[in-house]
Ligand binder design. Structure first.
Ligand code: GDP
Ligand code: IMO
Ligand code: MG
Length: 421
C-alpha cells in the first residue's frame, strides 16, 4: 500500500519534520508534485536542513527516495541540494531515484515566472519565482521537456526550440531579465543529472508494491494551494490533494492506504490571496515571532491567524484524510484565549461551506474560544501529560473534522512528537 502525507492548509504545516519521523516505518518516500517552491525543514542531530525537491526520507539509511513524475525539477537547484546533502548523507545518490517523466524547469521558465508576476502588479500571486507555473503550463500545453529527454542526442535542439518560444513571449513583457546567465549552470547541472538513477517510476513503484515494500507519498504545498480546489488564482500549479498521488506517481487509487493530513494548531499563509482567519494585529505578530513564521525558501514573513476548521473540514473531505497530525502545538502555549473558526459569516450569512470565490466575498469567521492551557505543551513527552484544556481542544477539533488525531508535534526536533494512535 501507499500511504500519503499532505498539508491541509496553505503549506508549511511541518510536512518535512513529520515525513522525516515517519520515514522510520517506510521503505520508500516518494514526492508526487510541486518542485523547488517547496521548503521542507528537518532538524537532524540538531542541524537544520531545508529540502526542496528531494524527499524527506533521505536521512534514513534504509529509505529509498523517489522524485516522481508529477514533480517539476530545476536541475541547478537539485544539484545544489544534493551537494549540500553529500557531507551529511554520503550515500544519498545510491538511494535517490528520479522519474523519467518528471518535467524540467528551464531558465526561461524562471524568467517567465518573474515577468508574469511583475506584470500582475498588485494582483500578483506571491509566487516563489522558481518557474513552477510556466513549467506546468508547458507540461499541460504539451511543449515541456522531461528528465528522460536529457538522455537523447537532440536535447539541445529541443531546448533551443522551446526557449525560442519563451523569448518571444518574454518580449511582450516589460523589464528585461538576464536569464542567459542561468544557462551555463543549467547545462552543467543537466550533465550532472545524466549520471543519476533515472527510472521508469511507474514500473519501479509497481515492483516495490509487489515486493510488499511500504511506501509513503510526500506532498508539497498544501490543499488550499491546490490548482483545482484551492483559493484560485492564488494557488500553485499542481494537485496537492490526495488525488495528485495517482497521477503524480502513476499508481492506482486502490493502492492508497492511510492519508495523513497535517495542520498547524493555528494557520499561516505566505504570498497573496484570501485568508479568512488572518490576524493583522499584535496576536498575529506574536504567532509569527513565537512560531518563527518566515518562509523556508524565500525568507518572507508568513501571514498568521487562528486555525480555520471550515477550511480544514473541506480539505479533509477532498483527500479522505484518515489520520490528522497537529503541529506547532507548543507555539500556542502562551496564548489565552486560543480560537478556532467554526463557521463563516459570508456576506452576512452563516455558512460552514467554503464559498466559491473567497476573494470576492466579505468573510467574517465565527470563533469558538478555548482558555489557554495552564501548563506548557512544549515540555510534555507523552499525550497523557498534556494539559486537560489542550486535550479538550484536540477533542473538539477531532469531533468537528470527524477524524482522529494520530500525532501532535510540540517542537522542531524529530522526537518532539506526542503519539496518540
Ligand atoms: P513544510 O513545508 O510543511 O515541511 O514546513 P516548513 O519546514 O516550511 O515550515 C515548518 C516550520 O515549523 C519549520 O521551521 C519547522 O522546523 C517548524 N516546526 C515543525 N513542527 C514544529 C513544532 O511542532 N513546533 C515548532 N515550534 N516548530 C515546528
Ligand atoms: P511547502 O511544500 C507555502 C505559495 C507561494 C504563492 C503560491 C504560488 O514548503 O509547504 P508558486 O511558487 O508555486 O508559483 O507559488 O503558492 N507556495 C507555498 N507556500 N509553502 C509552500 O511549499 C509553497 N509553495 C508555493 O507563496 O503564494
Ligand atoms: Mg515549507
Amino acid at each position: 500500500m501507499i500511504d500519503v502525507l499532505l498539508g491541509l492548509q496553505w503549506g508549511d504545516e511541518g510536512k518535512g519534520k513529520i515525513v522525516d519521523y515517519l520515514a522510520g516505518k517506510y521503505d520508500v518516500i516518494a514526492r508526487f508534485q510541486g518542485g523547488p517552491n517547496a521548503g521542507h525543514t528537518l532538524y537532524v542531530d540538531g542541524k537544520k536542513v531545508v529540502l526542496r525537491t528531494i524527499p524527506s526520507g533521505v536521512f534514513h539509511t534504509h529509505c529509498l527516495n523517489l522524485i516522481g513524475n508529477g514533480v517539476v525539477i530545476d536541475p541547478g537547484s537539485l544539484k545544489g541540494e544534493i551537494e549540500q546533502l553529500i557531507p551529511l548523507v554520503p550515500d544519498v545518490l545510491d538511494r535517490l531515484f528520479i522519474a523519467h517523466k518528471a518535467h524540467l524547469i528551464l531558465p526561461t521558465h524562471r524568467a517567465l515566472d518573474a515577468a508574469s508576476e511583475a506584470a500582475k502588479g498588485e494582483d500578483k500571486i506571491g509566487s516563489t519565482l522558481k518557474g513552477i507555473g510556466p513549467a506546468y503550463m508547458d507540461k499541460t500545453g504539451r511543449n515541456g521537456l522531461r528528465i528522460g529527454d536529457i538522455m537523447g542526442k537532440d536535447f539541445r535542439k529541443k531546448y533551443d526550440k522551446l526557449t525560442q518560444k519563451h523569448v518571444e513571449i518574454l518580449k511582450q513583457y516589460g523589464p528585461k531579465i538576464d536569464w542567459q546567465e542561468w544557462e551555463t549552470p543549467f547545462f552543467e547541472a543537466i550533465d550532472y543529472l545524466r549520471s543519476l538513477q533515472i527510472v521508469n517510476a511507474e514500473y519501479w513503484l509497481d515492483t516495490k508494491l509487489k515486493d510488499g515494500k511500504r511506501i509513503l507519498a510526500e506532498g508539497a504545498q498544501g490543499s488550499m494551494l491546490d490548482i483545482d480546489y484551492g483559493t484560485y488564482p492564488f494557488v500553485t500549479s499542481s494537485n496537492t490533494i490526495a488525488a495528485g498521488v495517482c497521477n503524480g506517481l502513476g499508481v492506482a487509487p486502490s493502492t492508497i492506504g492511510e492519508v495523513y493530513g497535517i495542520t498547524k494548531a493555528y494557520c499561516t499563509r505566505v504570498g497573496s490571496g484570501p485568508f479568512p482567519t488572518e490576524l493583522d494585529d499584535e496576536t498575529g505578530e506574536e504567532l509569527r515571532r513565537i512560531g518563527n513564521e518566515f518562509g523556508a525558501v524565500t525568507g518572507r514573513s508568513r501571514r498568521c491567524g487562528w486555525i480555520d476548521l471550515v477550511a480544514l473540514k473541506y480539505t479533509v473531505m477532498l483527500s479522505g484524510v484518515t489520520k490528522l497530525i497537529i503541529t506547532k502545538a507548543d507555539v500556542l502555549d502562551s496564548f489565552s484565549p486560543v480560537k478556532a473558526a467554526i463557521a463563516y459569516l459570508a456576506d452576512g450569512k452563516e455558512t460552514k461551506e467554503l464559498p466559491y470565490d473567497l476573494c470576492d466575498v466579505d468573510i467574517a469567521p465565527v470563533y469558538q474560544e478555548f482558555a489557554g492551557w495552564d501548563k506548557p505543551i512544549s515540555t510534555c513527552t507523552t499525550y497523557e501529560e498534556a494539559p486537560q484544556i489542550f486535550k479538550d481542544y484536540c477533542r473538539f477539533v477531532e469531533n468537528y473534522l470527524e477524524t482522529k488525531i494520530a500525532y501532535i508535534s510540540n517542537g522542531t526536533g524529530r522526537e518532539q512528537l506526542l503519539i496518540i494512535s
